[in-house]
Design a binder for this molecule. Structure first.
Ligand code: ADP
Length: 443
């Protein structure tokens, strides 16, 4: 029993010892765990802080991008809202307009939003005469991404306007056009100006024929002497017969009929001349010669292109206005250019150079020169150049130069020709400076 007790005491002692020892070991472990935990918390905190910093940086970048986007949107808005042209974007996949700038309303007369809501409104506003062409171009645009049309639109108030509408494809990296962006511009004023120019050109062409007719009629007026002389001769013959005693009146009939015919012929010529002159009286106004030359070149562009002639303009800066009849001076320039083209057409393989020059010749005169590299002139031709009906051309009339000279002289100027030192001829004419633009002579 005592042995049992001592064993038990020993066991209890061991257990106690063990109990005393246990808290020590678990303390060590717990401190290890703590350290580990702390380490992990530190690492996690560092991670979280890094993530937080990255997040902050991302947010800052995003805010920056948003600001930049807002700025760029604002710039886009300002650009599209302040340009005169309507800016539009068409979505190819969406098959509809995605954006139309507000100026659309100013030109088309409908709010831009109504076009986005009702895409057909666009084609419905095209003038019925232009609609088939524009519709075909629109279908073609869906294929090619390209659109370039001038057409008329009819506004809700019935007013017609001209627009120039063009679009270009916007492609993705694979080259596929996913948007078409375009600009539509109101070109009504330009069209009206073109129309006016065309009407002026028709007028010029008419006047050119008319003026030629005037000159012809005035030249023919010389011929009035002929019928007058014939009338006098027939009348004298009749008188002679009447003075004879027994005269058969029938003998007078033929001569008197001739008197009537010749009288009618002379009267006809005079009437014709008077009518022509009355229809086109010279109107002298202040004109800008450089602009006039540009207008004639524009009018003759087809003729010049066909002849392979590109005129070189050497026009003086700040040329004073001249006092002249606009249409008549245009005619002179036109005749001189046409003659130059014809003279150069007669040369083979030589360079064709046509120069139009304006200079201030004196404080009170402007000088215009038309120089060509044509075949030039022989001596006899040079002497007869300005004579009516002088021509060396198979179908020439030989009138333009004499008409031109009388026009220029009637405007207070002079027209003459000189042979160029190398090749061709130069025609020169002067016109008086409009008095309010006359330059005072240098002191
Ligand atoms: P047309 O052109 O009908 O012959 P013009 O009066 O214009 O009548 O010209 C008369 C002639 O003067 C022409 O036939 C031509 O021989 C000559 N001529 C006119 N301009 C030129 C020129 N630039 N170069 C050479 N000859 C010219």
């Amino acid at each position: 029993m005592s042995r049992f007790r001592s064993v038990l005491a020993r066991i209890i002692g061991l257990v106690d010892t063990a109990r005393d020892e246990v808290p020590n070991r678990s303390e060590t472990r717990s401190s290890l765990v703590n350290d580990e935990l702390e380490e992990r918390v530190r690492a996690r905190t560092a991670e979280l802080m890094a993530a937080n910093q990255a997040l902050e940086a991302q947010i800052a970048a995003r805010v920056q991008v948003e600001c930049a986007l807002r700025d760029s949107e604002e710039r886009f808005r300002q650009l599209t809202e302040h340009i005169r042209e309507v800016f539009w974007v068409y979505g190819v996949a969406e098959e509809r307009l995605l954006y139309v700038s507000p100026v659309y309303e100013e030109i088309w007369g409908h709010p831009a939003q109504s076009l986005l809501d009702r895409p057909l409104e666009w084609i419905e506003s095209v003038h019925p005469d232009d609609r088939p062409r524009v519709r075909a171009a629109h279908l073609e645009k869906l294929e090619s991404g390209v659109f370039d049309q001038e057409y008329r639109i009819v506004r809700p108030d019935g007013a017609v306007r001209w627009v120039w509408d063009r679009g270009f494809p916007i492609r993705d990296a694979a080259g596929h056009a996913y948007r078409i962006a375009g600009l539509a511009e109101d070109i009504t004023l330009r069209k009206l100006a073109e129309d006016q120019l065309r009407r002026q050109q028709v007028e010029l062409a008419k006047t050119s024929r008319l003026s030629l007719a005037v000159e012809m009629a005035s030249t023919l007026a010389h011929e009035i002497n002929q019928p007058l002389a014939a009338i006098v001769a027939y009348a004298q013959a009749c008188l002679g017969l009447l003075r004879k005693d027994r005269i058969d009146p029938r003998a007078l009939t033929g001569a008197l009929e001739e008197v009537v015919n010749q009288g009618l012929r002379a009267g006809g010529i005079i009437r014709q001349l008077r009518d022509l002159v009355r229809k086109h009286p010279a109107v002298q106004t202040a004109i800008q010669l450089n602009a006039l030359i540009h207008a004639v070149i524009h009018y003759m562009q087809l003729e010049l292109r066909q002849a392979g002639v590109a005129p070189r303009l050497e026009l003086a800066d700040s040329l004073p206005m001249v006092l002249a009849d606009d249409i008549q001076v245009q005619l002179v320039v036109l005749y001189l250019i046409r003659n130059a083209i014809e003279a150069m057409n007669e040369t083979d393989g030589e360079p064709r150079e046509l120069v139009l020059r304006t200079t201030l010749d004196s404080p009170s005169t402007v000088l215009i020169t038309v120089r060509d590299t044509g075949r030039g002139l022989g001596e006899e031709a040079a002497a007869r150049l300005f004579q009516p009906f002088f021509t060396t051309k198979p179908s020439g009339m030989g009138m333009s130069l004499s008409v031109s000279r009388s026009i220029i002289e009637s405007q207070g100027g002079e027209l003459w020709a000189t042979a160029n030192p190398d090749r061709g001829l130069s025609f020169h004419f002067t016109l008086p400076v409009h008095s309010s633009h006359e330059l005072s002579p240098a002191p």
